[in-house]
Design a protein around this ligand. Structure first.
Ligand SMILES: Cc1cc2nc3c(=O)[nH]c(=O)nc-3n(C[C@H](O)[C@H](O)[C@H](O)COP(=O)(O)O)c2cc1C
Length: 283
């Protein structure tokens, strides 16, 4: 196919803007790879329901994700009840898409099920250690991202919502989560109301290391990335974060923004304590 011979130069440019697209490759999967390079989060949805059979198929795709040791430690809560959804949305009023998306799911790490299965077989196990927590969190993340990619391939748009973890106790109460089941992230799902835009990523020279970890070139590479990103879209002066602490920056790129975000709006303060109160020892 002529299309395949051309490779993914335009899509690569959209994602990285670094002129480093790989040479043309052949392959039947190229159209999907192109779509992956162009994927984006959507937060506004058309007033169009997601058909039940499609949603079921997407959930099947989500739960097809690989799973550490085949332990299958993810559970998803589909929030169908309006009042529970409203209570969740009310926790985070600055993200109205949590309440308005046609579908809202919460992906949970589920360290409980393996303990219950052990009990059923008369072979108790303690799955509340760091290993159990971590495995369940990773399984949940894989399933969530599988759902996102499956949904996007079907023309839907998604937005993961990890900010719900900042309200873990309230979320657990609303969704009646038992001990050792914890929210990893929600996900909004629906048909996109807008095109949205591709969010540029750091170059592979920063994120891919060969044989040994080496970030010696980080400052120069991040600076160049900031410049490329700013050339496509400059963060308006009025959107600089935490100016009361850090002031106005003459040049406000991605790395300045993320440095401010991580320093001034650190998240997850109560999460470890909440997990410990819910049966995790994390040792
Ligand atoms: C684990 C995870 C949690 C996220 N949580 C939120 C969230 O709470 N609210 C939100 O609006 N977007 C959330 N996002 C979406 C990110 O902001 C988005 O993926 C990022 O800005 C990159 O944009 P892109 O997905 O369009 O490339 C989350 C994404 C991930 C992977």
């Amino acid at each position: 196919m002529a299309e395949e011979v051309q490779g993914c130069a335009a899509e690569w440019q959209a994602r990285f803007a670094d002129g480093e697209a790989p040479a043309a490759v052949d392959g039947g999967g190229l159209p999907w790879l192109r779509q992956l390079l162009l994927r984006r989060t959507h937060r506004r949805y058309a007033d169009r329901p997601v058909a039940e059979p499609l949603l079921r198929l997407l959930l099947g795709a989500a739960f097809s994700a690989s799973s550490k040791s085949d332990f299958q430690q993810v559970s998803t809560i589909r929030v169908a009840d309006r009042s529970r959804r409203d209570r969740l949305a009310a926790l985070i009023p600055d993200m109205p898409w949590i309440g308005t998306a046609p579908v809202f799911l919460v992906f949970c790490g589920d360290a409980r099920r393996l303990e219950r299965i052990g009990e059923l077989h008369g072979k108790a196990n303690d799955n509340g250690r760091l290993e159990g927590f971590f495995n369940a969190a990773v399984d949940a993340a894989f399933a969530l991202q599988s759902l996102v990619l499956a949904a996007e391939s079907a023309g839907l748009g998604c937005c993961p919502i990890s900010v719900i973890r900042n309200h873990a106790a309230a979320v657990a109460a609303i969704l009646e989560l038992p001990d050792k089941v914890f929210p990893v992230a929600g996900v909004c799902l629906g048909y996109p109301a807008q095109n949205g835009h591709v969010s540029m990523r750091l170059p592979l020279a920063v994120t891919v290391h060969t044989d040994r970890y080496d970030d010696a070139r980080l400052p120069a590479l991040v600076d160049a990335y900031d410049q490329r990103r700013d050339a496509r879209y400059s963060i308006p002066r009025g959107q600089q974060r935490a100016t009361e602490i850090f002031g106005d920056a003459a040049f406000y790129g991605w790395s300045e923004d993320k440095a401010r975000q991580a320093a001034a709006q650190a998240e997850g303060a109560g999460f470890a304590a909440w997990l410990r109160a819910r049966g995790f020892t994390l040792d």
